[in-house]
Design a protein around this ligand. Structure first.
Ligand SMILES: [Zn+2]
Length: 396
């Protein structure tokens, strides 16, 4: 059955005041705001309407959000991925059931307006498919509320963790949308062999790739080059992402310029959460080069750090703050990273506020996008396919 709904007096990002017409969960017309006196539909009162945010990198299986507080354990001698993985294993053994923790985190994100998500899920020799089975079931329960892509993520390495290639293969058969990786050089100490498994599985299953890469400097850049070269050779542009890519934040300007051109040409997207104490990819320079830069909360209350609130608008604010964005066009770019650029990185169909797109949107108490990014209004209403699903942070 078809049903027509009208949302009146919606303020779009370009400042125009319009009526949004929704039929069968999609925008079927966008017209200038109707004259006063009309009472049909919902009056948005000139509030800002943005498309649902894109949470491009999160870990649904390892968060303790809503569980008991876990004090952060510092590494003994500076940041060490292997040591953090060991802390995580210890913490998870005493955690509340995973389904409950994942549900808490999903509702946190949806409540803030994220309606599409990419979550990495541990799949390796240490946990096998146990995490994935729980997360697949919980995602199925939330499919009406949010689109979720799952990455089979080898948290304990691929070569370092016996059985991992086979588990990743099985995870992709079970329904993972992408295959992940983890610091091919510093963690597995064999870039070629690590990437052979990742890209081999991607080709076998016809899925995308999203690799965690913390390695900095020349070592990190070398791996980014290897990933870009394989992406080009395999014609996988648009389906490959490097998450974190800290190296891009600490290489000289000329090397960065070359890397930006290479990433743009190969179609490799970069995910950054603008971490607090790391050099991170220069968002403006990469965007200028034509690279798709997207973002995510990454860790929320987990064994890696205690921060995170699942609000991608707040993430846009952090990206802008850390990037030194002050001008309106820069603040709009920060918002783009958590919305349209995220949709491009995730390959979402029918995204945006336009005729034909899915009516997934967030209504905010803000005059325009720059104000939304700096003020991060908490008062907001989230619509999925034209129906209210969350208000002021709470899923209805
Ligand atoms: Zn991550």
């Amino acid at each position: 059955m078809t049903e027509q709904t009208i949302f009146r007096k919606a303020r779009l990002a370009d400042g125009s005041l319009v009526d949004l017409h929704v039929m069968d969960g999609r925008f079927n017309a966008i017209t200038p705001a109707s004259a006063a006196g009309l009472s049909a539909g919902t009056d948005l009162g000139g509030q800002l309407v943005l498309p649902g945010f894109v949470e491009g990198h999160i870990h649904l299986d390892t968060s303790f959000y809503g569980d008991a507080w876990r004090p952060h354990i510092p590494c003994t001698n500076g940041f060490d991925v292997r040591e953090r993985v060991a802390f995580q294993a210890r913490n998870l053994s005493a955690a509340a059931p995973m389904a409950e923790r994942a549900k808490n985190q999903l509702e946190l994100c949806i409540g803030h307006g994220s309606l599409a998500m990419r979550s990495h899920v541990m799949v390796d020799g240490s946990v096998g498919l146990k995490h994935l089975e729980v997360i697949l079931a919980i995602c199925e329960k939330y499919r009406e509320l949010i689109d979720i892509q799952l990455v089979a993520f080898p948290q304990s390495g691929i070569l370092s963790s016996p059985g991992t290639p086979e588990f990743l293969d099985e995870a992709l058969r079970l329904g993972c949308d992408l295959v992940g990786g983890l610091d091919p050089a510093s963690f597995d100490r064999d870039v070629k062999a690590h990437l052979d498994v990742v890209f081999g599985l991607a080709g076998k299953h016809g899925v995308g790739v999203d690799i965690h890469l913390h390695d900095g400097g020349t070592l990190g850049l070398f791996q980014i080059e290897e990933i870009a070269a394989r992406t080009t050779a395999l014609g996988m542009g648009g389906n490959v992402a490097v998450s974190h890519a800290y190296a891009l934040g600490d290489i000289p300007a000329d090397a960065l310029a070359r890397a930006g051109d290479m990433l743009a040409a190969s179609g490799v997207a970069i995910m950054t959460n603008a971490p607090g104490n790391h050099a991170f990819p220069p968002v403006a320079a990469l965007r200028k080069a034509g690279v798709t830069v997207f973002s995510g909360s990454d860790n929320i209350r987990d064994s890696w750090w205690p921060y995170g609130d699942g609000d991608m608008l707040n993430r846009a604010s952090m990206i802008g703050y850390r990037s030194g964005f002050y001008e309106d066009w820069e603040l709009e770019a920060a918002c783009d990273v958590v919305s349209y650029a995220g949709a491009k990185a995730l390959g979402l169909e029918g995204y945006g506020i336009e005729v034909g797109a899915r009516a997934d949107f967030v209504v905010l108490k803000a005059e325009h996008v720059p104000e939304a990014v700096v003020a991060v209004p908490g008062e907001r209403t989230v619509y999925r396919a034209g129906r209210v699903v969350a208000k002021d942070g709470a899923v209805l």
